[in-house]
Design a protein around this ligand. Sequence first.
Ligand code: NAD
Length: 445
Amino acid sequence: MTDRLLQLTQHPWGRQLLTTLGLPQPRRLPRRDGPFMPEELAGRPVHLIGIGDAPLLSVLTQTVSAEGATLVKDAQSAASTLIVDATAVATLEQLRDVFRQVQASQARLNTGARVLIFAARPETAGNARASALAQALQGFVRAMAKEMGRRGATVNLLHIDRGTQPLLSGALRFFGGDRSAYVSGQVLHWRSDAAALHMPDVAPARRLAVVTGAAGGIGAATARRLNADGFRVLCVDVPAASDALQTLAAQIQGEALPLDLTAESTPAALTAAVAAHGLLDLMVHNAGITRDRTLSRMSAAEWDAVMSVNLAAILAMDEALDAQSLWRDGAREVCLSSISGLAGNAGQTNYSASKAGVIGYVAHRAREWREQGRTINAVAPGFIETAMTRRMPMMIREAGRRLNALKQGGQPEDVAEAIAFLASPQAQPLSGAVLRVCGQSLIGA
Ligand code: NAD
């Protein structure tokens, strides 16, 4: 779908026109495609700041260098990534130091830069003052993200448990590089408990993934992206979408499974297809539908249709996979939620309930899975340019596309990148989380 404003901003006269009309001026976002590389941040100028004792600074320096980045020595040199260790912030003076140092560095950040701040988890604060300071950093990050969106830049905050040394490579390569183009203003818990410190071995043979709803949109982009990372992908979609599914599967040397997720026979068919290959490394529950109607006018059929695809099918498929112990140790699961599941949306009581249900499911299952070194996360897209949003009435679609800090819709590939990241061994510390891919949408922010 063409974003006319984005096209206009590519020309000086277009920008002038948008300024005159007072319209948003989205920036073309820097993105990176292809598989994750061993030196994912190769050649990227990165500026590191430590506040107070900055206990993560040395491991951050090592990890950034191991990812191939070039360390920028001072705030006077241009940088594409700014990383701040604010985990030791314990006084208002140190909070002020974050403000001053980030302010000094910000002016030298390139367009489309990444800012990643590490802070102590407010929940682990020993007293009210520490809790206030930790929470203050969240406000700082969210406000800064809204300002930086104008420059196509993102700002995110990762919470660390006090006194721990987490695995940081995944955090740096995703949030510190161009893969996270449409992820901004997010606050996530980057775990450092024993389960999070065990990075699973990558199986020598091709890892096996299932992606539902793979015939188009986010599902097709995800199947392609996972194939690039070496997954053999079983692509599931409704029989009516068989042609698109077969074409995709042939392109990525995957396998097409034309199955309606709401059919009673589907969990058995899916587990049989998985078992034929061995064990499952990754399940991506992506298929989803909308049947929008205000509560007073919604039919039971519209409620049931959405619930059965968006939630019941996930539960049924997982139950079948669990019953046959088809998960590999260290396996990953990603469930598609939505910002509507976080904030609710008028005309979507069915959809919002189903997508909120996904979040509850993920939170509980993450605790159960920790023992086996497996992770499960929800991905909550905002406005993504797919068939689903193409079906929206024009004015609502245009509003949805602009109501975020980056003033544009995301691409299916942006969500696919987030899923590929969560599927990677380096994302082991993230589990039970909701990763929003929404350009810091104002909905549910
Ligand atoms: P899409 O409509 O482009 O694709 C969804 C796919 O799911 C289709 O190929 C469809 O055939 C398949 N599907 C639907 N019912 C099925 C069934 N019963 N059995 C098997 N397959 C079925 O949608 P999308 O935009 O790519 O969305 C993918 C996921 O992301 C969905 O869960 C959606 O709710 C979620 N999401 C999308 C957006 C967005 O802006 N596009 C925003 C938030 C959340």
